[in-house]
Ligand binder design. Structure first.
Ligand SMILES: NC(=O)c1ccc[n+]([C@@H]2O[C@H](COP(=O)([O-])OP(=O)(O)OC[C@H]3O[C@@H](n4cnc5c(N)ncnc54)[C@H](OP(=O)(O)O)[C@@H]3O)[C@@H](O)[C@H]2O)c1
Length: 344
């Protein structure tokens, strides 16, 4: 994600890439051009020291693409905030950090507000498909009884660490044990998506039931990272149901597996809103995760520069849009010169 975001920033008029941090010490000092797979040097050295980069490069915005949890993200966030740098984080839990870590979220919010910068968590999911898009679609409803959103995607492009966390290749018994022991973690983000939707619609959620079950393959499925024999697990079907009292109001379904087409499963995103009016919205195949996350991380830069200081979610900011013009013109027109810092 970090590399593809870096390459996209280089293509956007008005943005200047001014520094990069990676933790592997052996890569520190390499030119960022080589790290991003470009033919030319960029004159920017990859550093293993975040504090040093923040002090020397003085960025307006930092993009964090290193981790999934608030507890892993918050120290880097604090460093950026202390240097008065706005942050866009891809950590799944940062999309609605009050769900997993309410007190850390509050302290990040207070620090960001004091330092006059904005912190946003975003991504494709959580951050867009199963929450932001759902919220936007309810904007044309007189009332909403319940929401069901499904994202079916293909895990085949992913490497061993993602496949392990989804239990791919395990026997169904090993999968169930992995769920109990926490090694089959599945998708992070249902609680965050539910929290974002519920806050936007004004629903009070009393409980969320989350389940993970193995998708047992009937066919042999193979990727560069794994071979799944028939009878073994091709992926994880994860589901969350959020209740207002006894009423199930939000159902999120996210089956992820390698080569779903081998058993006739088409990938896609589907949002069904039961209300006045009923709404059904579908994208086939699914909105591609890597490209969409890269795009939204960069497209939200002007939004974050123009936002009130503090910790915000996608639902708090103006609608995201592809950034096709010069970001400085966008700040002057769409955001009416409201930018914090040098782009003002
Ligand atoms: N919300 C969403 O929709 C969404 C979408 C995509 C990704 N994500 C999340 O965003 C994160 C990045 O995704 P990814 O696919 O790029 O993951 P990845 O392939 O695991 O890459 C993470 C990179 O961050 C580096 N890193 C880890 N800790 C660091 C630190 N403290 N300082 C500097 N660099 C550090 C790692 O270094 P090494 O190479 O040395 O290990 C690695 O290069 C993941 O946690 C992922 O779950 C969220």
């Amino acid at each position: 994600m970090g590399s593809s975001i870096g390459r996209l920033i280089l293509q956007k008029p008005g943005l200047r890439l001014c520094g990069a941090v990676g933790r592997r010490k052996e890569r520190a000092g390499s030119d960022l051009g080589a790290i991003l797979g470009l033919e030319e040097d960029l004159g920017i050295r990859l550093s293993a020291d975040l504090e040093e980069v923040l002090a020397a490069a003085k960025p307006e915005v930092a993009i964090q693409a290193t981790c999934s949890r608030v507890s892993e993200a918050h120290e880097e966030l604090r460093s950026c905030i202390e240097h008065r740098v706005n942050v866009i984080s891809l950590a799944e839990e940062m999309s609605y950090p009050w769900h997993a870590e309410a007190s850390l979220a509050q302290s990040i919010h207070e620090l960001a507000a004091r330092r006059g910068v904005t912190v946003l968590g975003t991504g494709v999911n959580p951050g867009f498909v199963l929450d932001y898009l759902v919220i936007a679609l309810t904007g044309v409803c007189l009332s909403v009884r319940s929401i069901r959103a499904t994202r079916i995607n293909d895990l085949s492009p992913y490497g061993p660490s993602v496949l392990r966390s989804q239990g791919v290749g395990l026997t169904p018994e090993e999968f169930e044990r992995g769920v109990e022991e926490g090694t089959v973690a599945g998708h992070f983000g249902f609680g965050e998506s539910v929290g974002m939707i519920a806050r936007a619609l004004g629903w009070k959620i009393d409980r969320i039931e989350e389940t993970r079950r193995p998708i047992v393959s009937r066919a042999m499925r193979q990727t560069p990272a794994v071979v799944v024999q028939p009878g073994r697990t091709a992926g994880c079907e994860q589901r969350a149901v959020a209740y207002c009292g006894a009423e199930p109001v939000i159902t999120l379904v996210h089956p992820q597996q390698v080569h779903p087409h081998l058993e006739g499963v088409a990938t896609g995103d589907r949002i069904e809103i039961s209300g006045i009016p009923d709404i059904c919205f579908e994208s086939r195949p699914e909105i591609p995760g890597g490209l969409a996350t890269t795009a939204i991380a960069v497209n939200m830069i002007p939004h974050v520069l123009a936002a009130e200081p503090g910790l915000v979610t996608m639902a708090d900011l103006p609608a995201p849009a592809a950034m096709m013009g010069d970001v400085r013109d966008l700040m002057a027109t769409r955001f009416a010169g409201r930018a914090k810092g040098a782009l003002r």
